[in-house]
Design a protein around this ligand. Sequence first.
Ligand code: UD1
Ligand code: CA
Length: 473
Amino acid sequence: MREKDFPDIAALVLAAGKGTRMKSDTPKVLLPLLGEALLSYPLAAVRGAGLESCGVVFGHGASRVCAFLENAFPEVTGIHQEEQRGTGHAVSVAQDWWKQFRHLLVLPGDLPLLPPEALTSLCREHISRNAACTFLTMRLEDPTGYGRVVEKNGRIRIVEEKDALPEEKAIRDVNSGIYVFDTALLEKELALISPDNAQNEYYLTDVVDRLGATQLPVVMVCWPIPQDLFGVNDPVQLADAERRLRDRILGAWMRRGVRCVDPASVWIGPKVTLAEDLLIEPNVQILGKTHIGAGSRIGTGSVVRDSELGKCCTLVAYVVIQDSRVEGNSRIGPFAFLRDDTTIRDRALVGKFVEIKKSDIGDDAKVPHLSYIGDAHVGAGTNIGAGTITCNYDGVKKNRTIIGDDCFIGSDTMLVAPVELGEGAMTGAGSVITEDVPAGALAIGRARQRNIPGWRARKAGSSENDATEGGKS
Ligand code: UD1
Ligand code: CA
Protein backbone atom coordinates (compact mmCIF):
# COMPACT_ATOMS: atom_id res chain seq x y z
CA MET A 1 0.00 0.00 0.00
CA ARG A 2 1.24 3.43 -0.97
CA GLU A 3 0.68 6.63 0.98
CA LYS A 4 -2.46 8.57 0.13
CA ASP A 5 -4.28 5.38 -0.81
CA PHE A 6 -7.10 6.55 1.43
CA PRO A 7 -6.90 10.35 1.27
CA ASP A 8 -10.26 10.87 3.00
CA ILE A 9 -9.68 8.55 5.95
CA ALA A 10 -7.96 9.68 9.13
CA ALA A 11 -7.08 7.32 11.98
CA LEU A 12 -7.81 7.81 15.68
CA VAL A 13 -6.05 5.55 18.19
CA LEU A 14 -7.69 5.26 21.61
CA ALA A 15 -4.99 5.05 24.27
CA ALA A 16 -6.31 6.86 27.35
CA GLY A 17 -7.23 3.80 29.40
CA LYS A 18 -5.38 2.89 32.55
CA GLY A 19 -4.37 -0.70 31.85
CA THR A 20 -5.21 -1.55 35.45
CA ARG A 21 -4.36 -5.23 35.11
CA MET A 22 -0.76 -4.51 34.12
CA LYS A 23 -0.20 -3.13 37.64
CA SER A 24 2.63 -0.99 36.30
CA ASP A 25 3.61 2.63 36.92
CA THR A 26 4.33 2.85 33.21
CA PRO A 27 1.22 3.62 31.13
CA LYS A 28 0.14 0.40 29.41
CA VAL A 29 0.62 1.74 25.88
CA LEU A 30 4.26 2.55 26.66
CA LEU A 31 5.21 -0.92 27.90
CA PRO A 32 7.81 -2.39 25.55
CA LEU A 33 7.51 -5.39 23.22
CA LEU A 34 10.78 -6.26 21.50
CA GLY A 35 12.10 -2.92 22.70
CA GLU A 36 9.32 -0.78 21.20
CA ALA A 37 6.35 0.77 23.03
CA LEU A 38 3.04 -1.08 22.63
CA LEU A 39 1.48 2.04 21.11
CA SER A 40 4.07 2.11 18.33
CA TYR A 41 2.62 -1.08 16.82
CA PRO A 42 -0.89 0.16 15.94
CA LEU A 43 0.67 3.46 14.84
CA ALA A 44 3.02 1.57 12.52
CA ALA A 45 0.04 -0.41 11.17
CA VAL A 46 -1.80 2.86 10.44
CA ARG A 47 1.28 4.19 8.66
CA GLY A 48 1.70 0.86 6.82
CA ALA A 49 -1.91 1.06 5.62
CA GLY A 50 -1.12 4.37 3.95
CA LEU A 51 -3.23 6.59 6.22
CA GLU A 52 -1.54 9.95 6.49
CA SER A 53 -3.49 11.71 9.23
CA CYS A 54 -3.45 10.15 12.64
CA GLY A 55 -4.55 11.22 16.11
CA VAL A 56 -4.04 9.57 19.48
CA VAL A 57 -6.37 10.04 22.45
CA PHE A 58 -4.31 9.81 25.63
CA GLY A 59 -5.23 10.21 29.30
CA HIS A 60 -3.48 8.02 31.84
CA GLY A 61 0.22 8.91 32.01
CA ALA A 62 -0.57 11.88 29.74
CA SER A 63 2.79 13.63 29.96
CA ARG A 64 4.76 10.45 29.24
CA VAL A 65 2.55 9.37 26.34
CA CYS A 66 2.71 12.89 24.94
CA ALA A 67 6.52 12.95 25.20
CA PHE A 68 6.71 9.55 23.51
CA LEU A 69 4.56 10.76 20.61
CA GLU A 70 6.56 13.96 20.12
CA ASN A 71 9.74 11.95 19.96
CA ALA A 72 8.73 8.82 18.04
CA PHE A 73 5.69 9.93 16.00
CA PRO A 74 5.93 13.71 15.66
CA GLU A 75 3.42 13.74 12.78
CA VAL A 76 0.68 12.34 15.04
CA THR A 77 -1.83 14.69 16.71
CA GLY A 78 -2.23 14.05 20.45
CA ILE A 79 -5.61 14.71 22.07
CA HIS A 80 -6.00 14.74 25.84
CA GLN A 81 -8.99 12.97 27.38
CA GLU A 82 -8.81 14.13 30.98
CA GLU A 83 -11.43 11.80 32.34
CA GLN A 84 -12.06 8.37 30.82
CA ARG A 85 -15.80 8.05 30.36
CA GLY A 86 -15.84 5.34 27.71
CA THR A 87 -14.87 4.72 24.10
CA GLY A 88 -17.67 6.96 22.78
CA HIS A 89 -16.48 9.80 24.99
CA ALA A 90 -12.88 9.23 23.86
CA VAL A 91 -13.89 9.67 20.22
CA SER A 92 -16.00 12.74 20.97
CA VAL A 93 -13.18 14.63 22.75
CA ALA A 94 -11.24 14.40 19.47
CA GLN A 95 -14.12 15.65 17.34
CA ASP A 96 -12.67 19.08 16.61
CA TRP A 97 -9.71 17.32 15.04
CA TRP A 98 -11.45 14.57 13.05
CA LYS A 99 -14.44 16.47 11.70
CA GLN A 100 -12.24 17.91 8.92
CA PHE A 101 -11.99 14.40 7.40
CA ARG A 102 -14.63 12.48 5.47
CA HIS A 103 -14.07 9.11 7.25
CA LEU A 104 -12.51 8.09 10.54
CA LEU A 105 -10.77 4.83 11.37
CA VAL A 106 -10.97 4.17 15.12
CA LEU A 107 -8.78 1.56 16.78
CA PRO A 108 -7.46 0.68 20.25
CA GLY A 109 -3.87 1.52 21.18
CA ASP A 110 -3.03 -1.90 22.60
CA LEU A 111 -2.93 -4.12 19.48
CA PRO A 112 0.69 -5.22 18.96
CA LEU A 113 -0.06 -7.82 16.27
CA LEU A 114 -2.35 -5.76 14.05
CA PRO A 115 -1.25 -6.14 10.40
CA PRO A 116 -1.66 -3.12 8.08
CA GLU A 117 -3.55 -5.43 5.70
CA ALA A 118 -6.42 -5.75 8.20
CA LEU A 119 -6.81 -1.96 8.11
CA THR A 120 -6.54 -1.69 4.33
CA SER A 121 -9.17 -4.37 3.74
CA LEU A 122 -11.46 -2.67 6.26
CA CYS A 123 -10.99 0.75 4.62
CA ARG A 124 -11.43 -0.64 1.13
CA GLU A 125 -14.67 -2.36 2.10
CA HIS A 126 -15.96 0.78 3.79
CA ILE A 127 -15.30 2.92 0.70
CA SER A 128 -16.59 0.40 -1.85
CA ARG A 129 -19.79 -0.23 0.13
CA ASN A 130 -20.32 3.49 0.80
CA ALA A 131 -21.05 2.53 4.41
CA ALA A 132 -22.06 4.54 7.46
CA CYS A 133 -19.80 2.29 9.49
CA THR A 134 -17.63 -0.73 8.72
CA PHE A 135 -16.06 -2.71 11.52
CA LEU A 136 -13.76 -5.69 11.95
CA THR A 137 -15.07 -8.74 13.72
CA MET A 138 -13.54 -12.07 14.65
CA ARG A 139 -14.94 -15.46 15.61
CA LEU A 140 -13.57 -16.79 18.89
CA GLU A 141 -13.72 -20.13 20.72
CA ASP A 142 -14.01 -18.18 23.93
CA PRO A 143 -15.62 -14.76 23.39
CA THR A 144 -15.50 -13.78 27.10
CA GLY A 145 -14.87 -10.09 27.68
CA TYR A 146 -15.64 -8.93 24.13
CA GLY A 147 -18.66 -7.13 22.77
CA ARG A 148 -20.90 -9.67 21.00
CA VAL A 149 -22.24 -8.99 17.54
CA VAL A 150 -26.01 -9.41 17.61
CA GLU A 151 -27.84 -9.43 14.25
CA LYS A 152 -31.61 -9.23 14.23
CA ASN A 153 -33.79 -8.51 11.19
CA GLY A 154 -30.79 -7.16 9.32
CA ARG A 155 -29.93 -4.67 12.11
CA ILE A 156 -26.55 -5.00 13.84
CA ARG A 157 -25.97 -4.29 17.52
CA ILE A 158 -22.90 -4.80 19.68
CA VAL A 159 -23.69 -5.91 23.20
CA GLU A 160 -21.01 -5.62 25.87
CA GLU A 161 -20.27 -8.63 28.06
CA LYS A 162 -21.58 -6.84 31.14
CA ASP A 163 -24.87 -5.95 29.44
CA ALA A 164 -25.41 -9.23 27.60
CA LEU A 165 -28.24 -11.67 28.16
CA PRO A 166 -27.22 -15.34 28.61
CA GLU A 167 -28.19 -16.23 25.02
CA GLU A 168 -26.18 -13.22 23.74
CA LYS A 169 -23.15 -14.34 25.74
CA ALA A 170 -23.13 -17.58 23.72
CA ILE A 171 -22.45 -15.64 20.48
CA ARG A 172 -18.89 -16.19 19.25
CA ASP A 173 -18.69 -13.35 16.75
CA VAL A 174 -17.17 -10.39 18.54
CA ASN A 175 -16.28 -6.78 17.93
CA SER A 176 -12.52 -6.17 17.51
CA GLY A 177 -12.86 -2.50 18.46
CA ILE A 178 -11.65 -1.39 14.99
CA TYR A 179 -14.12 0.66 12.92
CA VAL A 180 -14.35 3.12 10.06
CA PHE A 181 -17.11 5.73 10.35
CA ASP A 182 -18.55 8.31 8.02
CA THR A 183 -17.63 11.37 10.10
CA ALA A 184 -20.78 13.39 9.39
CA LEU A 185 -22.96 10.54 10.63
CA LEU A 186 -20.59 9.80 13.52
CA GLU A 187 -20.76 13.41 14.69
CA LYS A 188 -24.54 13.35 14.64
CA GLU A 189 -24.99 10.02 16.46
CA LEU A 190 -22.20 10.53 19.02
CA ALA A 191 -24.16 13.47 20.39
CA LEU A 192 -27.10 11.19 21.06
CA ILE A 193 -25.62 8.28 23.02
CA SER A 194 -26.01 8.04 26.78
CA PRO A 195 -24.12 6.22 29.55
CA ASP A 196 -27.20 4.24 30.38
CA ASN A 197 -25.54 0.82 30.75
CA ALA A 198 -23.86 -1.56 33.22
CA GLN A 199 -20.56 0.35 33.16
CA ASN A 200 -22.05 3.83 33.16
CA GLU A 201 -19.89 4.69 30.13
CA TYR A 202 -20.44 6.31 26.76
CA TYR A 203 -20.11 3.29 24.45
CA LEU A 204 -18.82 3.86 20.91
CA THR A 205 -20.63 0.61 20.09
CA ASP A 206 -23.96 2.37 20.68
CA VAL A 207 -23.17 4.56 17.68
CA VAL A 208 -22.95 1.41 15.54
CA ASP A 209 -26.44 0.44 16.69
CA ARG A 210 -27.83 3.90 15.96
CA LEU A 211 -26.25 4.00 12.47
CA GLY A 212 -28.37 0.96 11.60
CA ALA A 213 -31.31 3.39 11.34
CA THR A 214 -29.60 5.58 8.69
CA GLN A 215 -29.76 5.29 4.91
CA LEU A 216 -26.21 3.94 4.57
CA PRO A 217 -25.28 0.37 5.49
CA VAL A 218 -23.41 -0.92 8.55
CA VAL A 219 -20.92 -3.49 7.28
CA MET A 220 -18.95 -6.19 9.08
CA VAL A 221 -15.62 -7.56 7.90
CA CYS A 222 -14.61 -10.80 9.61
CA TRP A 223 -10.85 -11.07 9.94
CA PRO A 224 -9.84 -14.75 9.61
CA ILE A 225 -6.87 -14.65 12.04
CA PRO A 226 -8.26 -13.56 15.42
CA GLN A 227 -4.78 -13.47 17.03
CA ASP A 228 -3.91 -10.52 14.78
CA LEU A 229 -6.54 -8.44 16.55
CA PHE A 230 -5.77 -9.45 20.13
CA GLY A 231 -5.24 -6.67 22.63
CA VAL A 232 -3.02 -6.98 25.67
CA ASN A 233 -4.42 -6.37 29.12
CA ASP A 234 -2.12 -8.17 31.55
CA PRO A 235 1.51 -9.34 31.68
CA VAL A 236 0.59 -12.85 30.48
CA GLN A 237 -1.04 -11.48 27.32
CA LEU A 238 1.87 -9.08 26.88
CA ALA A 239 4.40 -11.93 26.95
CA ASP A 240 2.23 -14.03 24.66
CA ALA A 241 1.95 -11.21 22.13
CA GLU A 242 5.69 -10.58 22.33
CA ARG A 243 6.41 -14.23 21.52
CA ARG A 244 4.04 -14.15 18.55
CA LEU A 245 5.67 -10.96 17.27
CA ARG A 246 9.10 -12.51 17.79
CA ASP A 247 8.14 -15.59 15.75
CA ARG A 248 6.66 -13.43 13.00
CA ILE A 249 9.71 -11.15 12.68
CA LEU A 250 12.33 -13.87 13.07
CA GLY A 251 10.48 -16.20 10.68
CA ALA A 252 10.55 -13.51 8.00
CA TRP A 253 14.32 -13.00 8.45
CA MET A 254 15.05 -16.72 8.43
CA ARG A 255 13.20 -17.06 5.14
CA ARG A 256 15.58 -14.42 3.81
CA GLY A 257 18.68 -16.36 4.76
CA VAL A 258 19.36 -15.56 8.42
CA ARG A 259 20.42 -18.71 10.28
CA CYS A 260 19.34 -19.06 13.83
CA VAL A 261 20.41 -21.90 16.08
CA ASP A 262 17.59 -21.61 18.62
CA PRO A 263 14.80 -19.33 17.34
CA ALA A 264 12.88 -19.60 20.60
CA SER A 265 15.60 -17.66 22.43
CA VAL A 266 16.31 -14.98 19.83
CA TRP A 267 14.51 -11.61 19.94
CA ILE A 268 14.71 -9.21 17.03
CA GLY A 269 12.94 -5.86 17.11
CA PRO A 270 10.67 -4.57 14.34
CA LYS A 271 13.06 -1.81 13.22
CA VAL A 272 16.09 -4.07 12.87
CA THR A 273 17.47 -4.85 9.41
CA LEU A 274 19.64 -7.89 8.77
CA ALA A 275 21.74 -8.80 5.73
CA GLU A 276 22.10 -12.31 4.39
CA ASP A 277 24.29 -15.12 5.59
CA LEU A 278 24.10 -14.21 9.26
CA LEU A 279 24.46 -16.67 12.07
CA ILE A 280 22.62 -15.90 15.27
CA GLU A 281 23.44 -18.09 18.24
CA PRO A 282 21.08 -18.79 21.18
CA ASN A 283 19.97 -16.11 23.66
CA VAL A 284 20.52 -13.05 21.51
CA GLN A 285 18.60 -9.76 21.47
CA ILE A 286 18.89 -7.35 18.55
CA LEU A 287 16.74 -4.29 19.16
CA GLY A 288 16.08 -0.68 18.21
CA LYS A 289 17.33 0.77 14.95
CA THR A 290 20.07 -1.77 14.34
CA HIS A 291 21.59 -3.06 11.12
CA ILE A 292 23.85 -6.10 10.85
CA GLY A 293 25.96 -6.72 7.75
CA ALA A 294 26.29 -9.91 5.74
CA GLY A 295 28.37 -12.80 6.98
CA SER A 296 28.44 -11.67 10.61
CA ARG A 297 28.09 -13.95 13.58
CA ILE A 298 26.22 -12.85 16.71
CA GLY A 299 27.45 -15.01 19.54
CA THR A 300 25.39 -16.37 22.36
CA GLY A 301 24.23 -13.97 25.08
CA SER A 302 24.81 -10.83 23.00
CA VAL A 303 22.56 -7.76 23.07
CA VAL A 304 22.80 -5.19 20.28
CA ARG A 305 20.68 -2.05 20.41
CA ASP A 306 20.53 0.98 18.11
CA SER A 307 23.82 0.06 16.47
CA GLU A 308 25.33 -0.76 13.12
CA LEU A 309 27.56 -3.73 12.41
CA GLY A 310 29.39 -4.11 9.11
CA LYS A 311 30.15 -7.21 7.10
CA CYS A 312 31.72 -10.32 8.57
CA CYS A 313 31.84 -9.09 12.16
CA THR A 314 32.09 -11.61 14.95
CA LEU A 315 30.60 -11.05 18.37
CA VAL A 316 32.18 -14.05 20.04
CA ALA A 317 29.76 -14.28 22.99
CA TYR A 318 28.20 -12.06 25.68
CA VAL A 319 28.80 -8.78 23.92
CA VAL A 320 26.61 -5.76 24.64
CA ILE A 321 26.62 -2.98 22.05
CA GLN A 322 24.55 0.21 22.38
CA ASP A 323 24.38 3.29 20.14
CA SER A 324 27.61 2.32 18.41
CA ARG A 325 29.14 1.29 15.12
CA VAL A 326 31.34 -1.69 14.34
CA GLU A 327 32.97 -1.85 10.89
CA GLY A 328 33.70 -4.94 8.83
CA ASN A 329 35.74 -7.97 9.90
CA SER A 330 36.02 -6.83 13.49
CA ARG A 331 36.07 -9.32 16.30
CA ILE A 332 34.48 -8.46 19.64
CA GLY A 333 34.33 -10.33 22.93
CA PRO A 334 33.64 -12.52 24.71
CA PHE A 335 32.37 -10.23 27.50
CA ALA A 336 32.73 -6.79 25.97
CA PHE A 337 30.58 -3.66 26.34
CA LEU A 338 30.56 -0.96 23.65
CA ARG A 339 28.39 2.10 24.20
CA ASP A 340 27.61 5.76 23.59
CA ASP A 341 28.70 6.47 20.05
CA THR A 342 31.71 4.21 19.94
CA THR A 343 33.18 3.28 16.57
CA ILE A 344 35.25 0.16 16.05
CA ARG A 345 36.93 0.36 12.65
CA ASP A 346 37.79 -2.33 10.10
CA ARG A 347 39.48 -5.50 11.34
CA ALA A 348 39.88 -4.17 14.88
CA LEU A 349 39.89 -6.51 17.85
CA VAL A 350 38.12 -5.87 21.13
CA GLY A 351 38.65 -8.72 23.54
CA LYS A 352 37.75 -10.08 26.90
CA PHE A 353 36.32 -7.87 29.69
CA VAL A 354 36.70 -4.61 27.81
CA GLU A 355 34.42 -1.57 28.09
CA ILE A 356 34.60 1.10 25.42
CA LYS A 357 32.62 4.32 25.66
CA LYS A 358 32.39 7.24 23.22
CA SER A 359 35.63 6.25 21.53
CA ASP A 360 37.02 5.61 18.09
CA ILE A 361 39.16 2.50 17.72
CA GLY A 362 41.16 2.62 14.47
CA ASP A 363 41.60 0.08 11.69
CA ASP A 364 43.47 -3.06 12.84
CA ALA A 365 43.82 -1.73 16.40
CA LYS A 366 43.64 -4.16 19.30
CA VAL A 367 42.21 -3.84 22.80
CA PRO A 368 42.50 -7.49 23.74
CA HIS A 369 42.01 -7.75 27.52
CA LEU A 370 40.56 -6.09 30.63
CA SER A 371 40.50 -2.43 29.61
CA TYR A 372 38.37 0.69 29.97
CA ILE A 373 38.61 3.07 27.03
CA GLY A 374 36.43 6.17 27.37
CA ASP A 375 36.37 9.46 25.40
CA ALA A 376 39.39 8.28 23.43
CA HIS A 377 40.78 8.09 19.95
CA VAL A 378 42.92 5.02 19.32
CA GLY A 379 44.87 5.19 16.07
CA ALA A 380 45.10 2.53 13.38
CA GLY A 381 47.27 -0.48 14.21
CA THR A 382 47.71 0.50 17.85
CA ASN A 383 47.93 -2.22 20.48
CA ILE A 384 46.48 -1.54 23.92
CA GLY A 385 48.05 -3.74 26.61
CA ALA A 386 45.98 -5.72 29.09
CA GLY A 387 44.53 -3.73 31.96
CA THR A 388 44.96 -0.30 30.33
CA ILE A 389 42.59 2.39 31.52
CA THR A 390 41.85 5.85 30.23
CA CYS A 391 41.35 7.93 33.36
CA ASN A 392 38.84 10.18 31.61
CA TYR A 393 37.01 11.68 34.58
CA ASP A 394 38.66 14.21 36.88
CA GLY A 395 35.66 14.41 39.20
CA VAL A 396 34.21 17.39 37.35
CA LYS A 397 34.37 16.71 33.64
CA LYS A 398 35.26 14.06 31.08
CA ASN A 399 38.59 14.52 29.27
CA ARG A 400 39.92 13.04 26.05
CA THR A 401 42.76 10.65 25.43
CA ILE A 402 44.29 10.70 21.97
CA ILE A 403 46.54 7.84 20.96
CA GLY A 404 48.18 8.00 17.50
CA ASP A 405 48.60 5.25 14.93
CA ASP A 406 50.83 2.24 15.59
CA CYS A 407 51.34 2.95 19.27
CA PHE A 408 52.18 0.25 21.79
CA ILE A 409 50.59 0.77 25.18
CA GLY A 410 52.21 -1.41 27.86
CA SER A 411 50.00 -3.49 30.10
CA ASP A 412 48.30 -1.73 32.97
CA THR A 413 48.97 1.78 31.72
CA MET A 414 46.87 4.53 33.29
CA LEU A 415 46.35 7.29 30.73
CA VAL A 416 45.35 10.33 32.76
CA ALA A 417 43.32 12.53 30.41
CA PRO A 418 43.55 14.97 28.81
CA VAL A 419 46.61 13.41 27.28
CA GLU A 420 47.95 12.82 23.78
CA LEU A 421 50.39 10.21 22.47
CA GLY A 422 52.00 10.77 19.07
CA GLU A 423 52.32 8.20 16.30
CA GLY A 424 54.37 5.15 17.20
CA ALA A 425 54.68 6.12 20.90
CA MET A 426 55.14 3.42 23.55
CA THR A 427 54.47 3.25 27.28
CA GLY A 428 56.13 0.98 29.81
CA ALA A 429 53.91 -1.51 31.60
CA GLY A 430 52.33 -0.12 34.75
CA SER A 431 52.95 3.50 33.81
CA VAL A 432 50.78 6.38 34.91
CA ILE A 433 50.90 8.74 31.94
CA THR A 434 50.05 12.32 32.88
CA GLU A 435 51.91 14.18 30.17
CA ASP A 436 51.81 14.05 26.37
CA VAL A 437 54.17 11.59 24.72
CA PRO A 438 55.88 12.67 21.47
CA ALA A 439 55.77 10.47 18.37
CA GLY A 440 58.11 7.52 18.53
CA ALA A 441 59.03 8.05 22.23
CA LEU A 442 58.87 5.53 25.06
CA ALA A 443 57.19 6.91 28.17
CA ILE A 444 57.81 5.34 31.53
CA GLY A 445 55.93 6.76 34.46
CA ARG A 446 56.39 4.43 37.41
CA ALA A 447 58.64 3.98 40.45
CA ARG A 448 61.97 2.37 39.59
CA GLN A 449 62.40 -1.15 40.94
CA ARG A 450 64.86 -1.64 43.82
CA ASN A 451 66.02 -5.13 44.89
CA ILE A 452 67.04 -5.57 48.56
CA PRO A 453 69.27 -8.63 48.84
CA GLY A 454 68.66 -11.05 51.74
CA TRP A 455 65.51 -9.25 52.89
CA ARG A 456 63.45 -12.42 53.35
CA ALA A 457 65.92 -14.11 55.68
CA ARG A 458 66.56 -10.94 57.71
CA LYS A 459 62.84 -10.35 58.07
CA ALA A 460 62.31 -13.93 59.26
CA GLY A 461 65.07 -13.53 61.88
CA SER A 462 63.68 -10.30 63.24
CA SER A 463 60.17 -11.65 63.62
CA GLU A 464 61.54 -14.68 65.59
CA ASN A 465 63.21 -12.20 67.97
CA ASP A 466 59.95 -10.29 68.32
CA ALA A 467 58.15 -13.49 69.23
CA THR A 468 60.74 -14.48 71.89
CA GLU A 469 60.66 -11.01 73.44
CA GLY A 470 56.85 -11.10 73.46
CA GLY A 471 56.95 -14.46 75.28
CA LYS A 472 59.18 -13.11 78.09
CA SER A 473 56.99 -10.25 79.19
C1 UD1 B 1 -14.31 -2.42 23.61
C2 UD1 B 1 -15.65 -2.53 22.89
C3 UD1 B 1 -15.99 -4.02 22.74
C4 UD1 B 1 -14.89 -4.73 21.98
C5 UD1 B 1 -13.54 -4.51 22.67
C6 UD1 B 1 -12.40 -5.06 21.86
C7 UD1 B 1 -16.89 -0.59 23.67
C8 UD1 B 1 -17.99 -0.11 24.52
N1 UD1 B 1 -16.65 -1.88 23.69
O1 UD1 B 1 -14.50 -2.96 24.89
O2 UD1 B 1 -17.21 -4.14 22.03
O3 UD1 B 1 -15.15 -6.11 21.88
O4 UD1 B 1 -13.30 -3.10 22.86
O5 UD1 B 1 -11.24 -4.98 22.61
O6 UD1 B 1 -16.30 0.18 22.98
N2 UD1 B 1 -10.33 4.11 25.95
C9 UD1 B 1 -10.06 5.45 25.99
N3 UD1 B 1 -10.85 6.27 26.73
C10 UD1 B 1 -11.91 5.79 27.43
C11 UD1 B 1 -12.17 4.39 27.40
C12 UD1 B 1 -11.37 3.59 26.64
O7 UD1 B 1 -9.12 5.94 25.36
O8 UD1 B 1 -12.59 6.58 28.08
C13 UD1 B 1 -9.45 3.24 25.16
C14 UD1 B 1 -8.71 2.24 25.99
O9 UD1 B 1 -7.44 2.74 26.38
C15 UD1 B 1 -8.59 1.05 25.04
C16 UD1 B 1 -9.80 1.17 24.13
O10 UD1 B 1 -10.25 2.50 24.27
O11 UD1 B 1 -7.41 1.13 24.25
C17 UD1 B 1 -10.88 0.17 24.48
O12 UD1 B 1 -11.39 0.49 25.74
P1 UD1 B 1 -11.86 -0.60 26.78
O13 UD1 B 1 -12.46 0.08 27.94
O14 UD1 B 1 -10.76 -1.56 27.03
O15 UD1 B 1 -13.04 -1.31 25.97
P2 UD1 B 1 -13.44 -2.81 26.11
O16 UD1 B 1 -14.14 -3.00 27.38
O17 UD1 B 1 -12.27 -3.68 25.83
CA1 CA C 1 -9.97 -3.83 26.25
